[in-house]
Design a protein around this ligand. Sequence first.
Ligand code: UDX
Length: 432
Amino acid sequence: MKITVVGTGYVGLVTGTCLAETGNEVVCVDIDKEKIAKMRNGVVPIYEPHLDVLFDRNIKAGRLTFTTSLDEGLEHGEIIFLALPTPEDEDGSADLRYVLGVSEDIGKKIKSYKVIVDKSTVPVGTADKVQATISKHAGCEFNVVSNPEFLREGFAVDDFLKPERIVVGSSSDRATALMQKLYKPFVRSGNPIIIMDEKSAELTKYAANAFLATKITFMNEIANYCEKVGADVDKVRVGMGTDSRIGKRFLFPGIGYGGSCFPKDVKALQKAGSDANYDFKILDSVIEVNETQKTILLPKIESHFNGDLNGKTIAIWGLAFKPETDDIREAPSLYMMKGLLERGATLQVFDPEAMPNIKKRFEDTLSYASGMYEALENADALLICTEWSIFRTPDFAKVSKLLTNKVIFDGRNLYDTNDMKAEDFTYISIGR
Ligand code: UDX
């Protein structure tokens, strides 16, 4: 099939590349000339495991091409994916400037039947707005479909190629049939393509993300309470999670959720609720608890050093908002680093992928280590903010030799508390 993807951010690029992988002819459109030039030379502009292999293969096969011309893109595709940014407005709502701007152009330019697919996470009612915007100008038939993505950073290729479900909001049989044909190769396992109305599809995405953020936040509160009463959250987690109604996943407590989706989507749903005269009380609490959780280790670090972090050196392992990504958006590490710097600490930091992004933001206020052990040299303590696999089984003898104090603050509960006791570390984690 002939597919066009407008917007080559994280979602657009993964969508375009994976759709090319099943034999579709995909044209990706972006206004960023430099980015398009790079991609034409085979350079993947983001870090996402396995994407480079697929990208390279499909470019070489001529199924994946790039252009800055929206006209060219609209000429090409029968299905036009909109994978445009929906940044957070000042009031927390999603800003539809880009989605509706491109819809205007689509209305003016299309000359034959098209299915316009909203892939971005957009508030309930956006498909109607896109429909109305295109209708103002369009001289041919078209349908608007809502098709939210459920891609996790770091697993996006796998999530796209083997989705647990595909949600399609469509009220046109013609558009639905085309979407089913497009996605058929991805659901050979029998996983469903769930067809519903556009508004329900739009809300499904927000509801799923807000639920997961709530699940994590609930567990963070249980962890905080465990500390008060001497229970072990790891045991509570396993005890709870084996109940299939609860499930084992997304029950890991830590220093809060971050990233480009959860924080933005929870706030957007809360705002959308209040616009519709509905007060999402549970989301108010989720936002509030997560804010506190991001710096929950700060007072503990401070009190370990008798309230004075001035002149102390803290090593930090992990800066990305989660492993397998270089993304630092809303990462808890940012809040921890800000708090530690304000208290006069010196920070020696290391992350396997996120160092360039951190350098851009913190410039020379941090000391950037070339490796995980280098970060520990003469540091007074180690703080872990992201659970990268390489931090899971360090050489503890080396760690204790390099640190001036044998103390670890672990925001991701990487180590067994008994092991740490045996290694003679002061070990402060979450809810244990
Ligand atoms: C999320 C959704 O999972 C995905 O379906 C959606 O399309 C986009 O948003 P992503 O933001 O990439 O994906 O990351 P995810 O793996 O879901 O983690 C989100 C945050 O929750 C991270 O900060 C992570 O550290 C945190 N988290 C996750 C926990 O604190 N505990 C957990 O048990 C799971």
